[in-house]
Ligand binder design. Structure first.
Ligand code: DGY
Length: 321
């Protein structure tokens, strides 16, 4: 009997073809609409494998409906959408796609940092709206990136990728991480500091940590108040790590200078969200890993994880060992 698999969105053809070679496949193929929870509740009952995205809430109640499920393969490095403890308790393997999106996400993080520091979005709008009357000494002036201090919260693979890029801009790089990383300090010339020191001394603070109960609202009013008035906050990790109401207040009151956000607590972010009303916020629709090559590679890796688990072997990127 071929294993049965449910795929929660249309995925790149190569990955789909690989899965179809071995499995009976059903796909939620409504373009750009996540599979409704109630549909997933039905579909999960009979399948051996679930190929999921970060938009799918896979909680304990859902997993309880699964009768034969062996694996949930998430096409993302983050897996905060899945109740890992509940999956482990039921003997269901959970996999993710680390490594393959590191450089693409580090590129986007640095692009967002530059765009926010130098007010690129505001400047484009300014020009297109016909507001450009003349060159002026202080028109659309931003913050320098070259030679500034960058603080990275969460020195995983993507954090290291951002630190490498920062070195090309002659930045002083500070980092805070659960575990100190002497090998990375030596290789990249970065300095470990506590969170408060990082917040006080950095011109740019990049959030690069996974989203867990411990990192929920890690950056709130107190943390923002420690930052420089000229500082820029960049978040390409997960929205819930920053308290958005506190961030709005800090930006509005000028406690910090600007924010570049690729992620939000609720996605898609509502168009009337207060943060979107601020000119000093550059907001993106969660495109950190969105290069054609990387998304195809992520899709293939998620397929490999799924198929390996369904063969009864340990998949390359098992997160609940
Ligand atoms: C991930 O893989 O977790 C990213 O957020 C997707 O870009």
């Amino acid at each position: 009997m071929r294993p049965r698999v449910y795929i929660t969105r249309t995925i790149p053809p190569e990955a789909l073809a690989r899965i179809k070679e071995v499995c009976e496949v059903k796909v939620w193929d409504e373009e750009d609409v996540p599979v409704p929870y109630e549909v997933l509740e039905q579909e999960i009952t009979e399948v051996d494998g679930l190929y999921s995205l970060l938009t799918d809430r896979i909680d304990a109640a859902l997993l309880a409906k699964a009768q034969k499920l062996k694996v949930v393969s998430n096409m993302a490095v983050g897996f905060n959408n899945i109740d890992l403890a509940a999956a482990t308790q039921r003997g269901i393997m959970v996999t993710n796609t680390p490594g393959v999106l590191t450089e693409t996400t580090a590129d986007l993080t640095f692009a967002l940092l530059l765009a926010t520091a130098r007010r690129l979005v505001e400047s484009v709008d300014f020009l297109r709206q016909g507001k450009w009357k003349t060159w002026s000494p202080m028109l659309l002036t931003g913050q320098d990136v070259y030679g500034a201090t960058l603080g990275i919260i969460g020195m995983g693979r993507i954090g290291e990728g951002v630190a490498k890029r920062a070195k090309g801009f002659d930045m002083r790089v500070l980092y805070y991480n659960r575990r100190r990383k002497p090998e990375v300090e030596k290789e990249l010339g970065v300095t470990y500091v506590d969170m408060d020191t990082l917040l006080k001394e950095s011109d740019f603070v990049c959030i690069m940590t996974p989203y867990t109960p411990e990192t929920h609202n890690l950056i709130g009013a107190r943390e923002l108040s420690l930052m420089k008035k000229t500082a820029v906050l960049i978040n390409t990790a997960r929205g819930g790590i920053v308290n958005e109401a506190a961030l709005y207040q800090a930006l509005q009151k000028g406690e910090i200078w600007a924010a570049g956000l690729d992620v939000f607590e609720q996605e898609p972010v509502a168009l009337d969200h207060p943060l979107l009303s601020l000119p000093n916020v550059v907001a993106l629709p969660h495109i950190g890993s969105a290069s054609e090559k990387t998304r195809k590679t992520m899709a293939n890796l998620a397929a490999e994880n799924l198929l390996t688990a369904l063969e009864g072997k340990t998949p390359p990127n098992l997160v609940n060992r």
